[in-house]
Design a protein around this ligand. Structure first.
Ligand code: FAD
Length: 455
């Protein structure tokens, strides 16, 4: 019994007619104290901040390693000293067009040193100089370097360490390939969720005293996105369906620089910190056309304008000014990916194009991760606490996810009264899975359009 979860392995012939693969089917207990939807940094960190006697079920639509948290390249921001507070605050507000919630910005920045200490406690390693002090890098919109990093795979370093800590806890059960398709809600109170086994289509209800929606962004709804394809904003649509307040669904961030490719699938990100370290953008005439260190939305619109002017599907990014040593030490994954695509960044510029990257809107939460529905919480990219305003400052999202996940865990402990009701759900509503997914995607698009119109 791995992780204490009752698990039954069956031969695929029962479930998948053709293949000889082994499929794992989970059978859950009827009730857990906490149900966490999503195994990215937000879900994992919430679980780790709950007491060890809390009975927790974590579900994820894909394998536990397939979350955007694993993909984060650039790094994680931190308040490196008290003197930097006002500058960090101002950079975050300016990038967000001053539509940010000032209390949320303060909360995130003030909590950042503690979050970094926690991460180091879980074994996360950030780049250091010869004397053992943290090294800081810089990205667009930051007026000084304040971003901690681990090569160009900071997200993998953080998330893999948190996942391994979670896997060691006997009270936390992870069910992979298990998808939330609806909440169990009555009278503006949440009692758990309806779960679907992705491999077999089997539906089950799981009741919980507290439910956390930490299911990431909406990139899977876009043709060109840096996000995993399975991140389709499900929790958002489910929240809306159940009358939970959401906001700013039209606040979607486009990243200025992803590797240009004719192939279908997820777009490979060329981290903003390459520009922070000196990389420059060129048009087709080989000339610079903008300040590469402006906030993302501004650089994106400059690139789009240049593409239009040039009649090209991309612009060029030249990493050579960074120098071979830094490229190989700081950006080994980007270096290798470009080589695999036939471009040597040490010798030539690479083609880049903007693509959907991040979602600033989401399920409306307060400073403690509480939604408008009792017993329902949200953290990470799915949630909107207003910290990013209209446009996220680079490397603020891992930090934000961790701050609110921890806060939600504390809040659940304070409001620990168990549920008394176990409302039934009619599974007929979820049997046509394709239709359900189309309905959810349509609801998100319509709401986003409505909000854009009002803005
Ligand atoms: C390429 C890339 C680079 C980035 N670089 C940085 C960076 O350098 N710094 C930074 O701060 N941020 C960066 N970001 C953003 C950051 O990685 C994410 O915003 C953050 O990791 C979100 O964490 P999360 O826990 O909210 O969601 P995710 O890590 O996306 O996890 C979502 C989880 O929810 C699960 N899920 C989704 N729907 C369902 C469902 N219906 N049922 C069950 N499970 C479900 C998924 O399977 C997954 O486990 C980057 C993002 C990308 C894509």
């Amino acid at each position: 019994m791995k992780n204490g979860l009752r698990k039954r392995a069956v031969r695929s012939k029962e479930c998948w007619n053709s293949a000889e693969k082994e499929v794992t089917m989970y059978s859950f207990r009827k009730k857990y104290q906490v149900l966490i939807v999503g195994c990215g940094v937000a879900g994992l960190y919430c679980a780790l901040n709950l007491p060890e006697n809390t009975d927790i079920l974590m579900v994820t639509k894909d394998s536990a390693e397939k979350s955007d948290s694993f993909l984060a390249q650039g790094g994680i921001c931190v308040l490196k000293n008290k003197e930097d507070f006002s500058s960090y605050y101002e950079d975050t507000m300016r990038a967000g067009h001053y539509e940010n919630n000032p209390d949320s910005v303060t909360q995130m920045i003030e909590n950042s040193p503690e979050i970094i200490r926690d991460l180091v406690g879980y074994g996360v390693e950030f780049a250091k100089d010869e004397e053992g002090h943290f090294r800081y890098t810089r990205e667009g919109g930051h007026s000084s370097p304040r971003i901690l990093f681990h090569d160009d795979v900071t997200g993998k370093e953080i998330t893999s360490k948190l996942l391994s800590a979670v896997r060691k806890k006997k009270n936390i059960h992870i069910a992979e390939f298990t998808e939330l398709v609806d909440l169990i809600a009555e009278g503006n109170e949440c009692f758990g969720g309806v779960l679907r086994d992705v491999q077999t289509g089997k539906l089950q209800t799981v009741y919980a005293d507290h439910t956390l929606l930490a299911s990431g962004g909406v990139g899977g709804l876009y043709e060109n996105s840096t996000n995993y394809r399975h991140l389709t904003g499900d929790a958002l649509a489910i929240a809306m369906k159940n009358g939970v307040a959401v906001e700013h669904l039209d606040y979607v961030q486009i990243h200025p620089t992803t590797f240009y490719s004719e192939k279908h699938g997820r777009r490979f990100l060329i981290s903003e910190s390459v520009r922070g370290e000196g990389a420059v953008l060129y048009g087709k005439d080989g000339k610079r056309f903008c300040n590469e260190l402006l906030p993302r939305d501004i650089v994106t619109s400059e690139i789009h304008a240049q593409m239009k002017k040039d009649g090209m599907k991309h612009v060029w990014l030249d990493m050579r000014p960074i120098g071979e040593k830094t490229i190989k030490e700081h950006f080994p994954t980007i270096y290798k990916h470009c080589l695999d695509e036939g471009f040597d960044v040490l010798k030539e510029p690479i083609p880049v194009v903007p693509a959907q990257h991040y979602f600033m809107g989401g399920i409306k939460v307060d400073g403690r991760g509480r939604t408008s529905m009792k017993r329902l919480y949200s953290a990470g990219e799915t949630a909107c606490n207003g910290v990013h305003g209209k446009n996220r400052l680079a490397s603020n999202s891992l930090l934000e996810s961790l701050v609110w996940a921890k806060e939600a865990a504390f809040c659940m402990q304070e409001e620990s009264e168990p549920i008394q009701k176990f409302p039934e759900k009619d599974f007929k509503n979820y049997e046509n899975y394709q239709l359900l997914k189309e309905t959810y995607a349509k609801a998100i698009r319509e709401e986003a359009e409505k909000e854009a119109y009002v803005d």
